[in-house]
Design a protein around this ligand. Sequence first.
Ligand code: BG6
Ligand code: MG
Length: 231
Amino acid sequence: MVHQGNRKRQEAEQAKIKIRAFIFDLDGVLTDTAEYHYRAWKRLADEERVPFTRNDNEKLRGISRRASLNLIFQERKLTEYKALELMDRKNGYYREYLNNITTGDLLPGVIELLGKLQARGCRLAMASASKNASTVIEQLNIASYFDAIADGNSVKKTKPAPDLFLYAANQLGLLPENCLVVEDAEAGIVAARVAGMVTIGIGPPERVGEADYVYPSVEAIELDDIQGIGC
Ligand code: BG6
Ligand code: MG
């Protein structure tokens, strides 16, 4: 049994070390599945004669399938039966498009960054709201990089709630303050900040400007800019 005082001391020492793990979002950070989500929602919206544009799709970044459905069909009163049927249909279309994903769909700089972090001894995790995340990372052939995976099946409340990131930190056996999150969605940055983690935002400042560090792409991340990396 670990003595209470010892545990507190261990935790305090761990916290001082600062960043020991990088937690990556999947869609929009490691690969650009946003396009496939768009095409699947668009196909469904057209079939249901509901307006849906690429601009509308931007609001769906990072949020769950159910939250996306609610935004697209907000004008309609849906029975639970209908809502489940619509989500199922959209997911069928999305999974059709996912069949085409290969390692060629990794965004530029991703493999280099994962390799660099792994070589430094940083722990790596993936935290995605998607229930399809494991299929995607298998097809991208990057599963072996991650010490922990949190996806849409791991927690009840997904982003902007902090639960997915806290789940990933817990799987890594680390405190939230020892984790840095890489995210492309506003909802993801909010979630990581609420979790008490350091954040890198990928994308325009109007979307991820609340992050501690902002880069236009993963390829542009400069590890030397980031303070307190302890791995
Ligand atoms: C997130 C995407 O990663 O996963 C969202 O950014 C998507 O756009 C969400 O809605 C849920 O995905 P899925 O695969 O469970 O429908
Ligand atoms: Mg994302």
